[in-house]
Design a protein around this ligand. Structure first.
Ligand SMILES: O=C(O)CCC(=O)C(=O)O
Length: 224
């Protein structure tokens, strides 16, 4: 089932990516401007504390290549990748320390994104923080390392604009790009929970937050 076309939330400037936006599949909900600037700044400040305890790093994948985005985690569990494969770890494998706890402002952000969605009570136990600099991307993939696929994934965007690729249940399905901007939230649940998705391109210099040269995505999951 297809949901109605998302509004173009451009602010008068040319919109990168697909000008009129794609029709998102069922289960994908884009919440433009979900976080105001003050909340975005507070989220950025909280990320700095997390990075001080658990630094961003590019992770090795099964193929021996490294992720193009740098990653860290907070919450009870953190997503991890190395030569052994993808999984959740309750401690940072490089330091053996527990991942930093989820800051209050992250809970605020999740609540704002989840309200009036089919998952208003979503209570994540993991937040994977991705950081993309110019040229970084994330290939098409499914998020399949969580225990319960009835739980959605909520992504909060911060910093530069990006093309978020939305596919279907099979890798070979056609994809469309939707531009996501700082303060937007993207929810993937229901039928769309296991759809392929990725980040095709970052638009450097578009961040409304002067402190961020690049793009963060905070992906909240119920992992355990
Ligand atoms: O950066 C994004 O918005 C997408 C992140 C993502 O797909 C993931 O972490 O699995």
């Amino acid at each position: 089932m297809l949901v109605p076309k998302q509004p173009n939330h451009g602010l008068g400037s040319p919109v990168p990516g697909d000008l009129f936006g794609p029709i998102l599949p069922s289960g994908f909900i884009l919440r433009p401007n979900c976080l105001d600037l003050a909340t975005q700044n507070a989220v950025w400040a909280a990320i700095q504390d997390i990075e001080a305890a658990a630094p961003l790093r590019r992770l090795m994948t099964k193929t021996g290549k490294f992720t193009s985005a740098a990653m860290t985690n907070c919450g009870q569990a953190g997503w991890w990748s190395d030569a052994k494969g993808y999984r959740y770890e309750t401690r940072d494998p490089q330091t053996a320390a527990p991942w930093p706890p989820m800051p209050d402002v992250f809970w605020t952000a999740v609540k704002l994104a989840a309200r009036q969605s089919p998952w208003p009570m979503f209570s994540p136990d993991a937040c994977l923080i991705n950081f993309y600099t110019a040229g970084a991307k994330m290939g098409l993939h499914q998020d399949r390392d969580e225990k319960d696929f009835n739980q959605p994934i909520i992504t909060i965007c911060l910093g530069d604009d990006a093309d978020f690729l939305v596919g279907g249940p099979n890798r070979s399905d056609k994809t469309a790009a939707v531009v996501v901007r700082s303060g937007d939230a993207m929810i993937m649940g229901g039928e769309g929970r296991l759809y392929f998705h990725g980040i095709r391109k970052i638009y450097p210099g578009t961040s409304p937050l002067p402190n961020i040269a690049g793009r963060y995505s905070l992906t909240f999951r119920k992992a355990l």
